[in-house]
Design a protein around this ligand. Sequence first.
Ligand SMILES: [Zn+2]
Length: 144
Amino acid sequence: MTTFNKPVRLRPLPTLTPTNHFFWTSGADGRLRIQRCQDCGYYVHPPTGRCPRCLSIATPEPVSGEGTVFSYTINWYEWYPTLPPPYAIVLVELAEQEGLRLTSAMADADLIDITVGMRVRVTFRPLENVWLPLFEPVEVPNAG
Ligand SMILES: [Zn+2]
């Protein structure tokens, strides 16, 4: 059996700005938040504060934190000594809106089990002043 390193290690952390602060600290209460247009309801990510469709103000709102793996890749290169490969980089499409995608990592999954279309749920890892939104597999009842 092949064992893989867990993906959450010391890594460069995001720089907090007034625009993205809510996103990187949202996990403090266990809820993922995404900006949403207050006029047309369109979700906006990465956060910009403006709706790309109607240019109205977009403000953070809690979302379900559930989605599917839209795509992924396995990184085999050691970019950071404290983040040893291999680890998965996943592109998760959130359940709230087609095309609403986050680039993230898997918190707790063997890399060999990751598939496109796999159902996932957000989980947070507090590191210094941020709560990294990562994803874990959702057990599907009666699967298999
Ligand atoms: Zn809008």
